[in-house]
Design a protein around this ligand. Structure first.
Ligand SMILES: Cc1cc2nc3c(=O)[nH]c(=O)nc-3n(C[C@H](O)[C@H](O)[C@H](O)COP(=O)(O)OP(=O)(O)OC[C@H]3O[C@@H](n4cnc5c(N)ncnc54)[C@H](O)[C@@H]3O)c2cc1C
Length: 569
């Protein structure tokens, strides 16, 4: 059992073995290890199991997660395991549509709904770590205890060769829904557990072959049928109270369940199967001193919006750059509190939505099911309501009102600060067509429409941005790209010029009087202002993250170029 951590004065200080110890090699732990590794940090991932989990789990990846894989340099490796723009249809017992989700938009650079196979995406994340010499994964290594003090955390790890002691500056508990890290911190996990279990089966050589995801709200037995990459079909069936796990795992029971969908004569190759219970729970806190919890360790939700996996990836991205800044001495430790204040409300909205959809799907009373069906049909008859559902405008998007950001200087109403910035395809002087994030790099960027940021910022603001490693970017219509306006010889290595290829950036700035944006590594707008107020905005952002005085050198200068593309795996 992990020990209750108590902050106390450290023993005579020795340098910590690693900057960050990650507990758990699930998708949340592996993603944060990649993002921290890309920042040159020393990271060890401890995984209790001997290898990656091979359960039938996440099947829906959203646009924000694909953008995070892009940030981690792994999107090309994961795309082959996805079905872009996967249709999701809720149908009644007679296969008639109740709701159809097919969002056409890709404003963040990627399709909003993508089918995927979690064990294959997890493998991509694991392989990605081989790019970083300072990142290590230790298998069959269960973290059994830790104590923390003012300079770090001492972990006890049970491994095949015996118990090890490891000292880390910070610990990220990514150890899943029954997280021992969360329990050791004494955090409660409040919420509810659904009364019915679900039986989840992955089959190869898909006997149906359709590409979409179908949720059949049949009150006799609700089920899910999803076409996945590589000829895989996912079935999920609601179990009745008397159907115990031992019964569900028998071949006869599986045959009986899928026979109405796949004739008994058809070949059925089961890859993996598992009984699963849906929980809706959130930890009382996400941080205690130098230990933070992410992913399922911090929150669990029913699968109906496919947001358990995606929420863990959001946590990893939100926390990774803050840890990197603190460890490099670019921000004060209090910025880590903003991980919880920025993530909790969004997670709560996802848990509530997923729980509500789950209750609607799992109705077993035929009269209630009839009323539900009538309600959804009447919504579909109203064009505006139908469009709202089809385009998934009901999906809660991150909107951060309190955290590592500033509204000082922002004059747009509503302010773009705290919202995710768009990702159009742009051009640069060296690339005819490139996604914005790939052009500007995975770290901070200051983007000014029409202006050269170097010319509109004062010396102090420029020094602050240079210390943090912020990329200076000017955005302008693509036709203006060849205009050599900067420096005596027309060259300005300090400023990246991006060309607005399809008008998306101009449309965005047309809608916002703030013409200068400070983009955080998670692509949330951290500050915004008209050109005349950009320097004050930069200073206010520094104050919000507790950046040291710009006259002082950062204790740990960035060890690598934050704009260099990461190596492919
Ligand atoms: C049937 C099903 C369908 C789903 N569908 C979707 C979907 O469509 N979309 C979606 O977004 N999400 C979905 N999810 C949820 C998603 O799978 C999880 O949210 C996700 O795997 C959580 O990742 P994680 O890294 O936080 O935790 P986990 O994947 O649970 O990983 C935790 C890891 O920590 C390790 N560990 C535990 N304790 C210790 C310890 N003391 N020391 C060291 N290691 C330890 C475990 O062995 C494990 O490897 C689904 C889940 C299920 C079951």
């Amino acid at each position: 059992m992990l020990q209750d951590p108590v902050l106390h004065d450290p023993a005579p200080s020795t340098p910590n073995d690693v900057d960050v110890a990650v507990v758990g090699a699930g998708p949340s732990g592996l993603m944060i290890a990649n993002l921290l590794g890309a920042q040159g940090l020393r990271v060890t991932v401890f995984e209790a199991g001997p290898q990656l989990l091979d359960y039938p789990r996440g099947v829906g990846m959203d646009d924000e997660t694909l953008r995070t894989f892009q940030n981690a340099g792994l999107v090309d490796a994961v795309l082959p395991h996805t079905v872009p723009h996967q249709l999701l249809v809720f149908v009644d017992a007679r296969q008639r549509d109740l709701a159809r989700l097919a969002p056409p938009q890709a404003e963040f650079g990627w399709p909003r709904r993508n089918g995927f196979v979690q064990p294959l995406a997890d493998r991509v994340l694991l392989d990605g770590l081989s790019r970083f010499p300072a990142v290590e994964v230790r298998w069959s290594s269960r973290v059994t205890g830790f104590t923390q003090d003012v300079t770090g955390v001492s972990l006890s790890v049970e491994a095949p060769g015996g118990e090890n002691r490891v000292r880390a500056s910070y610990v990220v508990g990514a150890d899943g829904g029954s997280s021992a890290t969360r329990k050791a911190l004494g955090l409660s996990f409040e919420g509810t557990t659904a009364t019915s279990n679900w039986f989840v089966i992955d089959i190869r050589n898909d006997p149906l072959g359709r590409p979409g995801a179908y949720v059949c709200a049949d009150p006799r037995r609700p089920y899910v049928s999803i076409g996945l990459p590589h000829g895989i079909r996912r079935f999920e069936f609601m179990l009745k109270p008397q159907e115990a796990e031992e019964l569900a795992m028998t071949d006869e029971f599986v045959t009986r369940l899928i026979e109405p969908l796949v004739p008994a004569t058809a070949r059925v190759d089961i890859i993996r199967k598992r009984v699963y219970t849906h929980h809706s729970r959130i930890a009382s806190r996400f941080r205690s001193g130098r230990v933070l919890v992410i992913g399922d360790a911090a929150h669990v939700m029913p699968v109906w919006q496919g947001q358990g996996y995606n929420s863990g990836i959001r946590d990893s991205l939100n926390l990774s750059w803050k840890l990197a800044m603190v460890i490099r001495g670019l921000a004060s430790d209090h910025i880590l509190d903003s991980y919880e204040s920025e993530r909790r409300e969004h997670v709560r909205a996802m848990v509530d939505l997923s729980t509500w959809v789950g209750r609607a799907v799992s109705v077993t009373n035929p009269v209630v099911a009839g009323l539900r069906n009538a309600f959804f049909r009447s919504l579909s008859a109203i064009p505006k309501a139908k469009a709202y559902i089809v385009t998934m405008r009901f999906k809660p998007m991150p909107l951060i009102t309190k955290g590592a950001l500033t509204t000082v200087g922002s004059v747009s109403v509503p302010s773009p600060v705290g919202r995710l910035f768009i990702q159009p395809t742009v051009s640069t002087r060296t690339a005819a067509s490139v996604r914005l994030d790939d052009a500007i790099g995975p770290w901070f960027a200051l983007i000014a429409w029409n202006n050269n940021p170097r010319e509109i910022l004062d010396d102090d603001a420029r020094r602050r941005l240079a210390r943090t490693g912020v990329r200076l970017v000017t955005a302008r219509p693509a036709v203006q790209l060849p205009w050599e306006d900067s420096g005596e010889d027309g060259a300005d290595d300090e400023v990246l010029i991006v060309g607005d290829l399809d008008g998306s950036l101009k449309r965005w700035f047309d809608g916002h009087p703030d013409s200068v944006l400070l983009l955080r590594p998670d692509r949330i707008v951290g500050g915004a202002s008209p050109a005349y107020a950009a320097s004050s905005m930069v200073r206010a952002f520094d104050a919000a993250v507790g950046a040291p005085d710009p006259g002082q050198p950062a204790p740990h200068a960035p060890e690598h170029s934050t704009t260099t593309p990461l190596p492919a795996i």
